[in-house]
Design a protein around this ligand. Sequence first.
Ligand code: CS2
Ligand code: MN
Length: 355
Amino acid sequence: MEMTMRWFGPGFDPVTLDKIRQVPAVTGVITTLYGVPPGEEWKKEDLLALKKEVEDNGLRIAGIESVNIHDSIKTASPERDKYIEKYINTLKVVSQAGINLVCYNFMAVFDWTRSDLAKPRPDGANVMAYQQKFIDEINPDTMFDVISAKSQGHVLPGWEPERMAKVKELFELYKNIDDKTLFANLEYFLKAIMPTCEKYGILMAIHPDDPAWPVFGLPRIVKNKEDLQRLVKTVDNPHNGVTLCTGSLGSSPSNDIPDIIRSLKGRIHFAHVRNVKHNGPGDFEESAHLSSDGSLDMYAIMKSLYDIGFDGPLRPDHGRCIWGETSMPGYGLYDRAIGLSYLSGIWEALQKGGK
Ligand code: CS2
Ligand code: MN
């Protein structure tokens, strides 16, 4: 396992590489060409410049999160093969930069969804939170305004203003897409890119849907063990793998994360580890990584990753906003560094077997 942190790149992330480097155990960052819209081919020189910046700071790029998927691929529009071709060209650029891990998601319209980006907790920290009853009351067309008003001026991944300006058109695009069709489109995409992934040694790692149930009546296909099993079996190639995000899957109390991890042995290429606190049906908030601060058993999660021999990059996922830090919601330095050290401690204990 390699300890990493997400870094959004120059001009986007207020957390700098020299600070990330000082977090004990971290050797790599997970990053992306954040300004490039989905569907646009990546330029080799841009990725090499990013790589150089990371390496000049004593770190390496351990994986890309994300190379986002164009809506024509998700909706099987007449242009999808053209966009798959572009995706394949981007994968080649990624491999030419010496990177072999690509995280992506196959969510319709919205990437992760929250009803609150800064819910105060009793100790003065604030966290991202979700309440279904709030989401049920808002018009999805205004969801972007709701989220951006709370983003402290940051561009949030998956919530880029250019994309959200077209939110009505996006809903129109997905109008006739149900779970079955969305899954068929994912299968088509994966089968088309697998030869390239094999040739260049690229591991694809799908990120689960967040939250782990349908929102705004949109199709949802990566929510639980059954969905994940169907995905790895339908395209039964080790290059078709998973980003095991404990917070996304863990938003639903019915997901048994250690069991899901064990069922995906050999297919988890990347891990996002964080805790969530369940407040009631359809109601959760993010918490500190520590087991006792939320509803997930972080020891059991790390132990199952350890037991299946997980050896890919792992990063602490969203943290709380603490100590007055101003950052992208969920991506402050302080609480992620605390969480990462805790996860490193669990891992060391597992490696030493309690001796
Ligand atoms: C999420 C997603 O894990 C996360 O932080 O906020 O934005 C995730 O990066 C994407 O869904 C992966 O494609
Ligand atoms: Mn995640």
